[in-house]
Design a protein around this ligand. Structure first.
Ligand code: FAD
Length: 371
């Protein structure tokens, strides 16, 4: 039986493990963390990702967490709509997106794996082209070595597997920082989406349990994001319900990250190694596609691995698409984070005038992926 070691048990790692096991591989997932810590965040799964989840056999379980009749779009700081998403048309053309808590998504993926496939508390130190993986099981333990026919680097933006595939590649700071929270408020909300200001944005989306996933983004020096009290003050004058959501957020469960992206890699594979998800193409979250692309990668890699030239074909199929999406996501971030008043006025006017058909044309290239 062909063997695979998957480094990292996040969205991409658990998904590829599911796909490989389905095709008869013997798989071990080595995950550094001993438990999940990402408390305050939801994740949007677009129709392309849901199709990937269908192939992996968990699409229905994820869709069961979805919500219907959500109204969304982009507003300005005062709450005036700049653009409204035609959700009904989107649904008809591409399928409905799903907003889900990250922990719920990971629970579904992990529960679909056979017992014992994911081994937690194991930190991989190095991977070699011949399929050797050097790892430690917990702090203070000796290093162990194990070899497999395939090693998948699903170990995120700071991937150690990537070093063996294409040397040191430093992620670059996108120029903005993000705070994420999952909040319960008494008032039922019906309108969601993003609010674009000057050098700052706020987003909100409903979760199936009635809580709201929200995020606040603003330009900041790298590593100097401020405190949550400053976030509340910064968005205090923005339209309802933004200040109320921030007031209701529990600072102890709020997540704060500077946003990084990877420069375009020249390959995703080398020897017996293949990169997937953020390890291969960490992108800015402006399109909500990083995790979706990890799921697409997982489906394609598990289909091609073990076939003639399978890893080269995986690279050929996945690199152009993911790098195109990463470029688009970065470009949206530049526009969304504009801060000079005249440019913001032009942007807002352009948003008001852009017809829904143009939005769909551009989204189509991202959302219409079929496995
Ligand atoms: C603010 C924000 C919002 C986002 N919103 C969305 C969204 O709405 N939709 C969407 O699709 N995407 C979104 N993303 C992107 C998405 O979160 C990532 O693309 C996705 O989590 C990538 O999954 P992954 O499995 O490749 O990597 P990760 O989620 O980073 O998982 C990597 C795993 O590897 C483990 N690991 C790391 N190093 C080692 C090691 N040496 N040994 C063993 N284990 C290791 C880590 O502990 C981790 O569990 C967002 C990202 C951010 C920052």
């Amino acid at each position: 039986m062909a063997t695979a070691i998957v480094v990292g048990g996040g969205i991409g790692g658990t998904a590829v493990a599911l796909g490989l096991i389905e095709r008869g591989w013997s798989v071990r997932v080595l995950e550094r963390a001993t438990r999940y810590t990402e408390v305050g965040a939801g994740i949007s799964l677009w129709p392309n990702a849901l199709r990937a989840l269908d192939v992996l056999g968990v699409g229905e379980a994820v869709r069961a967490q979805g919500l219907d009749d959500v109204s969304a779009g982009i507003r300005d700081e005062r709450g005036r709509w700049l653009s409204r998403t035609d959700v009904a048309t989107m649904r008809r053309r591409f399928g409905a997106p799903v907003m889900i808590h990250r922990a719920a998504l990971l629970d579904i993926l992990r529960a679909a794996l056979p017992e014992g496939v994911v081994e937690t508390g194991i930190s991989v130190e190095r991977a070699d082209l011949d399929g050797t993986v050097v790892h430690s099981a917990g702090s203070g333990r000796d290093m162990s070595e194990v070899t497999a026919d395939l090693v998948v680097g699903a170990d995120g933006i700071r991937s150690v597997v990537r070093r063996a595939v294409c040397g040191e590649v430093a992620p670059r700071y996108a120029g903005y920082t993000v705070w994420r929270a999952v909040v319960g408020i008494a008032e039922p909300l019906t309108e969601f989406g993003e609010t674009w200001g000057r050098g700052a944005r706020f987003g909100m989306a409903p979760l199936p349990d009635g809580r709201i996933y929200c995020f606040a983004v603003y330009d900041a020096e790298e590593g100097v994001g401020g405190s949550f009290a400053e976030v509340r003050a910064r968005f205090a004058g923005w339209h309802h319900p933004i200040p109320a959501l921030l007031a209701a957020a529990d600072p102890s469960t709020v997540l704060h990250n500077d946003i990084y992206e990877l420069p375009a890699l020249t390959t995703f594979t080398a020897g017996r190694l293949a990169l997937l998800g953020d390890a291969a193409h960490a992108m800015t979250p402006n399109l909500g596609q990083g995790g979706c692309q990890a799921l697409e990668d997982a489906v394609v890699l598990s289909r091609l691995a073990g076939t003639t030239d399978g890893l080269s074909r995986y690279d050929f199929e996945r690199r152009p698409r993911t790098q195109m999406i990463a470029r688009r996501s970065g470009a949206i971030g530049v526009v969304a984070q504009l801060s000079a008043r005249p440019l913001v006025a032009v942007r807002d006017a352009a948003l008001r005038m852009t017809p829904a058909s143009a939005q769909f044309r551009s989204l189509g290239k991202v959302l219409d992926w079929v496995p």
